[in-house]
Design a binder for this molecule. Structure first.
Ligand SMILES: Cc1cc2nc3c(=O)[nH]c(=O)nc-3n(C[C@H](O)[C@H](O)[C@H](O)COP(=O)(O)OP(=O)(O)OC[C@H]3O[C@@H](n4cnc5c(N)ncnc54)[C@H](O)[C@@H]3O)c2cc1C
Length: 367
């Protein structure tokens, strides 16, 4: 009975839904998460694992501040997650680099970093030439133009993070309903009733954190979430000796020694496949950055769909017509997981909306 009448139902068991659900349990609420299942599109199982600040919100000071804030929360959040779950999400925050093969690319990135620093308190970065990059990353090619280092950047083990979130959620008493698709939501006398492929659920609060599924669900509760897929292709090499002590935007080495390569952005609809020509280009660029990768064998490739709003910024909103219904979605759910748990969850639990979130409602998409 308890799982059918929780205080909050979170729709979607990806990184966004589980981080919010974990935070809601820590607010002492009874929470049920329903998740559609393994055959659905799930960005949370296919991402690159960066907790990344440089480059986020260059043209949006509120997004830059939210991103910076979440990255600052991450070290404590990772410890909390490990305490609650017994699983190490593998978070490190020693800084990270974005690398440039061409001098024009470096000039463009340097200008973007200057703009970001001008409106983001606490953001730091350094512009490096090839020799400067090689002081951080001795395996980098001497022929690259240079790169940007920011001490605020870091990364996690993305699958362990997802696993830790689910384990923490269950350890704190949350109810997780896998293979439970929400088909319909009705609202009467301040209560929501959710028709699902499993049990019918009744609750006073509902959080739509269903990734691409939010586009269909949001109008059921008077919200608008015009999210679209943007595919990213990723590849993993065999284990190689440690050579990459800092993550970069397109190449990072995991603690196990494998190397993850990938940063493609393709608007191809609901197609999460891979294309040899895209993978070959990614591999060529990775080898140009780190020549030792020439001899590394690729062991796995995949595609996954990012969840993108029209302006690329997150969407957080409570419905005016259906109070108690919230939508939460973003394209950097790893980076923002700490903020989702520490800022968004208390707001959904009934606290005032944090000022950091003020500009992220759907009103900006109205014509
Ligand atoms: C290639 C790639 C690389 C990325 N790299 C990074 C990175 O380095 N750093 C970073 O911060 N972010 C990165 N991201 C983005 C990050 O992965 C996403 O922002 C995050 O995973 C989104 O999580 P989510 O929970 O919103 O969505 P999802 O993981 O898609 O989860 C949504 C869940 O909702 C469920 N669902 C959908 N509809 C329903 C329904 N009707 N009923 C019940 N359940 C439903 C689905 O089954 C799914 O499990 C990357 C993404 C991709 C694709």
């Amino acid at each position: 009975m308890r799982e059918r009448h929780p205080d909050v139902v979170v729709v979607g068991g990806g990184l966004v839904g589980l981080a919010i659900a974990h935070g809601l349990l820590r607010q002492k609420l009874r929470v049920t998460v329903c998740d559609e299942g393994d055959r659905d599109f799930r960005a949370s199982r296919g991402n690159f694992g960066l907790v990344w600040v440089q480059g986020k919100g260059v043209n949006s000071p509120p997004y830059a501040r939210l991103t910076s804030h979440s990255a600052r929360l991450w070290p404590d959040y990772a410890r909390q997650l490990q305490r609650d779950s017994g699983i190490d999400p593998g978070h490190t925050r020693r800084g990270g680099l974005s690398l440039c093969l061409e001098i024009d690319e470096l000039a463009e990135k340097s200008a973007a970093m200057a703009a970001l620093k001008a409106h983001t308190p606490g953001f730091d970065y350094e512009v490096l030439d090839a020799a400067g990059v090689r002081r951080f990353l001795p395996g980098a090619s001497p022929d690259i133009a240079g790169g940007i280092y920011s001490p605020q950047d870091g990364h996690v083990n993305p699958l362990q993070t997802l696993h830790a979130l689910l384990a923490a959620f269950e350890a704190l008493g949350g109810t997780y309903l896998p293979r439970c698709r929400v088909d319909d939501v009705s609202h009467r006398a301040g209560a929501f009733s959710l028709t699902t492929s499993g049990p019918t659920l009744q609750t006073a609060r509902i959080v739509l954190a269903a990734g691409l599924g939010n586009a269909r669900l949001a109008p059921l509760v008077g919200l608008y979430a015009p999210v679209l897929p943007v595919r990213g292709q990723v590849m993993i090499t065999e284990r190689v000796a440690p050579f990459l002590p800092y993550p970069t935007t397109s190449v990072r080495q995991t603690t196990e020694g494998t190397v993850q390569i990938g940063d493609s952005q393709e608007r191809v609809g609901l197609d999460d496949g891979t294309l040899p020509e895209v993978l070959v280009n990614m591999a060529r660029r990775a080898i140009a950055l780190f020549p030792l990768l020439r001899s590394a064998q690729v062991v796995r490739t995949w595609g996954a769909l990012r969840i993108m709003t029209p302006d690329g910024l997150p969407l957080y909103e409570e419905s005016r017509s259906h109070p108690g219904a919230f939508v939460a979605t973003c394209h950097s759910g790893v980076t923002l997981a700490a903020a989702h748990s520490e800022l968004i969850a208390p707001w959904i639990a009934g606290n005032d909306a944090p000022t950091l979130l003020e500009t992220f409602d759907g009103a900006r998409f109205a014509l």
